[in-house]
Ligand binder design. Structure first.
Ligand code: SAH
Ligand code: SF4
Ligand code: F3S
Length: 483
């Protein structure tokens, strides 16, 4: 139900609809408050929304299938680029227009990164908003909503820091709902970021790095696997910084590798993924783990941002192009099937044609399986926003289009190379494009769509790749190892 994805501001809303709540018409009769959550931003936000929904359901709330029906509407927001903030602000404006007419008592709230970075300012700008919940306060959603719905408080803004809040994002919703057992799940292992890349707002919205204990994370993973989950994605802003200070290196293994090993022990778990690692902290112990730990799939999302050393330095990324290329080489040597994805920012302040050419040549050299391209967006209070030579929008657009074309050609060519091959997939559920078909993922993170019955969902099986479009592989099941 909660699928592995990338940047959901491109993927529409996350509608938290679960089968055990399907008899929606009964809900109002029994007077249970209903909640609708729409999610913008990254996988961390998807995970936070799920945890908030789980918390509210445990308190007796029900999840509304449509925003129009809900007593509480929450927008879980992202600040990483201006466009993401504008989307959530426009949506709230529309909601205010609609709900205040039909459902004047509905509670409207912002949570997540924009709530954290803008706080009270959001209510000053949109006085109909009732709740602003920061990134260290998700676990307080139920208490605040009870107060607002019960009329005990008129407005709540809480963006304070809270020690231990990183350990509160652990409840999942889909367990126990037999018809819709989740096959994949996200598990948040840490919060925050200490890297302070000069363009990035995340350290200000998510705070400093704080990690959960290995025992706590493993216990959550065990429960998920007992409920039918077969693939777990460990989440953090820089996952390979996990536990650096708190846990440290043991027997030559970083805390992150120790965590992967502990999760790897869980019987019944088929696959482990993680996102996003930082190239700077990708040690040999982690590279070596791919060859040693069979459940760790051959995939790394490694955001490079630029191919120019001059830009990388100005961005405060902490690695050079040479080190990045070297790391990709090591990963591919550890496993030739390794899928490598990346993020790239186009139009960082001062980026010259020569710098941009370096990014084009890096993409040609590395041949990423997947690249997310972002137009540089000035973020308040970040050092890059005050740098000279901010580029005009038209130039950023033009470079973005050129790079997009280049990475698309590479991606499609690489996808076509899979035609005729037999690949192992984990079947996640109905295809998003065509619900009559099924969809699974290869270990290297390629989506494969095929014809098949519901009984395949949750199975690891082999498919013969018959065709490829720009983003998707199409397969015939070659059911050799169905287990
Ligand atoms: N922690 C991850 C990235 C999280 S943000 C990492 O460092 O690897 C996701 C992506 O958004 C970044 O990789 C970057 O490419 C992009 N991004 C961040 N700030 C941006 C900005 N100000 N403008 C455009 N893109 C940005
Ligand atoms: Fe942002 Fe850099 Fe931290 Fe990633 S590593 S979240 S880009 S500051
Ligand atoms: Fe956006 Fe916050 Fe994620 S700013 S990218 S939702 S950590």
């Amino acid at each position: 139900m909660f699928r592995m994805g990338f940047y959901p501001e491109y993927r529409g809303h996350l509608c938290l609809l679960f089968p055990f709540l399907c008899d929606w018409r009964n809900v109002r009769r029994f007077g249970m408050p209903s909640v609708f959550i729409k999610t913008y931003g990254c996988q961390m936000n998807e995970r936070d929304s799920e945890a908030v929904a789980a918390q509210l359901v445990a308190k007796g709330y029900v999840v509304a299938p449509e925003e129009a029906d809900a007593d509480v509407i929450l927008l879980n927001t992202c600040s990483v680029r201006d466009a993401a903030e504008q989307k959530a602000l426009n949506k709230m404006q529309t909601l205010i227009g609609q709900t205040r007419k039909h459902n004047p008592d509905a509670v409207l709230g912002f949570m997540g990164c924009m709530a954290q970075s803008r706080g009270q300012e959001l209510i000053d700008q949109l006085p109909d908003v009732d709740l602003v919940l920061g990134t260290q306060k998700f676990h307080r959603a139920g208490e605040y909503l009870d107060d607002l719905l019960g009329g005990r408080r008129d407005k709540v803004v809480d963006t304070a820091e809270e020690t231990g809040s990183e350990a509160t994002i652990r409840e999942h919703l889909s367990l126990g709902a037999s018809e819709a057992k989740a096959v994949t799940a996200f598990v948040s292992i840490m919060q925050g970021c200490n890297q302070f890349c000069t363009f990035c707002i995340v350290p200000y919205t998510r705070g400093r790095e704080r990690c959960r204990s290995i025992e706590d994370i493993v216990a959550e993973c065990r429960e998920l696997v007992a409920g039918g989950v077969r693939e777990i994605t460990l989440l953090g802003q820089i996952v390979n910084s996990y536990g650096k200070r708190e846990i440290g290196v043991r027997d030559g293994k970083s805390a992150f590798v120790q965590l992967i090993e502990a999760v790897h022990e869980i019987e019944g778990l088929e696959r482990i993924r993680f996102t996003s690692p930082h190239p700077k902290g990708y040690g040999d112990d982690l590279v070596e783990a791919y060859a040693r730990l069979p459940k760790l799939v051959e995939n790394a999302h490694l955001p490079v941002q630029s191919g120019s050393d001059r830009m990388l330095k100005l961005m405060h990324r902490g690695y050079t192009r040479e080190r990045f290329v070297d790391l990709v080489g090591k990963l591919r040597a550890a496993d030739s099937e390794m899928g490598i994805g990346t993020d790239i920012i186009v139009g960082f302040p001062g980026e010259t044609e020569a710098d941009f050419d370096e990014t084009l040549s890096l993409c040609a050299e590395v041949e990423f399986d997947n690249a997310f391209l972002f137009k540089y967006s000035q973020r308040r209070d970040t050092p890059a926003a005050a740098m000279p030579d901010q580029l005009p929008e038209s130039l950023i657009e033009e470079r973005h289009a050129r790079l997009l074309e280049a990475v698309d050609v590479i991606r499609v060519r690489k996808l076509k190379e899979y035609i005729g091959r037999q690949m192992e997939i984990l079947v996640e559920g109905p295809s998003r494009r065509n619900a009559a078909r099924l969809e699974g993922r290869t270990r290297c993170n390629k989506i494969v769509v095929f014809e098949g019955g519901e009984r395949f969902i949750g199975q690891v099986m082999d498919v013969q790749i018959a065709d490829a479009t720009k983003t998707t592989l199409y397969g015939d099941p070659a059911i050799l190892n169905l287990n």
